[in-house]
Design a protein around this ligand. Structure first.
Ligand code: GAR
Length: 186
């Protein structure tokens, strides 16, 4: 199985979905490490409870040292590919180059629409009838790069950013494990 490291900043619901799918015998990957920029991320506690090694480190002393520590931790666990799952920091071109073509990300919009933050509020404000999520290979352009998979959900009348986010998140949990598995076996 391919050794995947997952990077999170918070809740980690996509991490849980990726992990659940990885338990299947025919899964092409296993999650060997969870990394966070936030030592208080709930997803880290969940990983520890589930026996997955974790590494948390702060970026307060600057991005270079931060990324250097993460790189070393991932190398130490012989990680082959990185899945960003609610990781809310922008990785430097140097880090992306070191992991050239080996990082994927899930973003809560139908890219190229709404890169960046507040995707659901922007979709509602634009009057979109369809929203969704995108899994893509990470390049040094933010929320850009070759698309591996998308999932669409309807925007319902009366949706708030919160209700739409919940509907998209449910779709993410199905999309991400499938897209990751497909990409790793391409
Ligand atoms: C997910 O909706 C993910 O698409 C989004 O953050 C949420 C993380 O939830 N990612 C981004 O906005 C990346 N810029 P989770 O921690 O429960 O997986």
């Amino acid at each position: 199985k391919r050794r995947v490291g997952v990077m999170i900043s918070g809740r980690g619901s996509n991490l849980k979905a990726l992990h659940a799918a990885s338990q299947a015998e025919d899964s092409p990957y296993s999650i060997v490490m969870v990394v966070s920029d936030n030592a208080a991320a709930p997803g880290l506690d969940w990983a520890t409870e589930n026996g997955i090694p974790t590494f948390a480190t702060s970026a307060d002393d600057g991005r270079e040292g931060f990324e250097h520590r993460i790189h070393a931790a991932l190398e130490g666990m012989k990680v082959e590919a990185i899945a960003l799952a609610g990781f809310m920091r922008i990785l430097s071109p140097e880090f992306v180059a070191r992991w050239q073509g080996r990082i994927v990300n899930i973003h809560p919009s139908l890219l190229p629409k709404y890169p960046g933050l507040d995707t659901h509020a922007r979709a509602i404000a634009a009057g979109d009838e369809v929203a969704g999520a995108t899994v893509h290979v990470v390049t040094d352009k933010v929320d850009d790069g070759p698309i591996i998979g998308t999932a669409e959900v309807p925007v319902e009348a009366g949706d708030t950013p919160e209700t739409l986010a919940a509907r998209v998140l449910e779709a993410e949990h199905e999309l991400y494990p499938q897209a990751l598995a497909h990409w790793l076996t391409r």
